[in-house]
Design a protein around this ligand. Sequence first.
Ligand SMILES: Nc1ncnc2c1ncn2[C@@H]1O[C@H](COP(=O)(O)OP(=O)(O)OP(=O)(O)O)[C@@H](O)[C@H]1O
Ligand SMILES: [Mg+2]
Length: 302
Amino acid sequence: MSDTVSNETTVAVEERDPSLGPGDVSTGPAGEINGTVPIIFLDNVSVVFNTRTGSLFHPNKVQAVKDLTLRLMPGETLGIVGESGCGKSTTANIMCGLQQPTSGTVYFKGEDVTKRSAAQRRLIGRVISVVFQDPATALNARMSVHDQLIDPLNVHSVGTKDEREKRVNSLIEMVGLPGSVMEALPGQLSGGQRQRVAIARALALSPDAIIADEPTSALDVSVRAQILNLLTDLKKELGLSMVFISHDIQTVRYISDRIVVMNRGQAVERGSAEQVFNNPKDDYTRLLLGAAPSLLHPDLGK
Ligand SMILES: Nc1ncnc2c1ncn2[C@@H]1O[C@H](COP(=O)(O)OP(=O)(O)OP(=O)(O)O)[C@@H](O)[C@H]1O
Ligand SMILES: [Mg+2]
């Protein structure tokens, strides 16, 4: 690509992307900041769904995501927060390659994958893993924990048979489960243990990033903090990037470096976790902060 083209793109991206800090320069078309390539870069992405409520020739359209530009940089945790239906899961699905945008461009580690080929889909599968709200849907009810964990290693022919067995053992240890769960079926485990198995499975192929879409909302209150701490520890130990999605702004704050607040498919506010909490610029962010009881900032939202 010639210099002229990338310069033009750079200007356009910076104009659209208020997430760039004062010292940040976007140095290339794939969303690079100061020379660092984002793991994921969504460039002005929109998603429109046709819904069944309209007639055949006049379908109703839902704009789930609108003109969204965001980056996931190496090693950071990006929090996405907003009320139900604001487009969080649709954004997550675009980020992990499950959903194609109606318009806009998606980059993985500098590569345009908007119209992805089979090879690119495999790349995305290894770079990005997803942890869903309900671990029961992510796991096969008829497969033992051991078999669920070795499955992705077999599919991608990782290492020798011995190495794969070792990897399964270390995955179980990593997520703080006893070796005795190996032969258990998901139904025999507690909700928290099941989510640990789902996290271990997500880590099996050593991804660069994990997308966690409401990973604690289906869990008992008493184990939520444990799962959050596990995700934070793993992220630090393994140098992972993480996208953490929740409707609960307090949880997002606890875990994130940077936060994007979404409302009706758009990013209405973004900044460091500190900025968004201590100095929210947008009315909707203030509303979210006000709706969540906070012992730290009891006056916010009044
Ligand atoms: N496959 C689909 N077909 C039609 N409409 C959809 C589809 N998926 C999502 N939508 C609509 O797009 C909008 C955004 O949905 P999305 O699931 O991304 O929201 P969300 O923020 O994840 O909500 P929640 O917090 O409830 O999980 C909603 O209005 C939803 O009804
Ligand atoms: Mg959702």
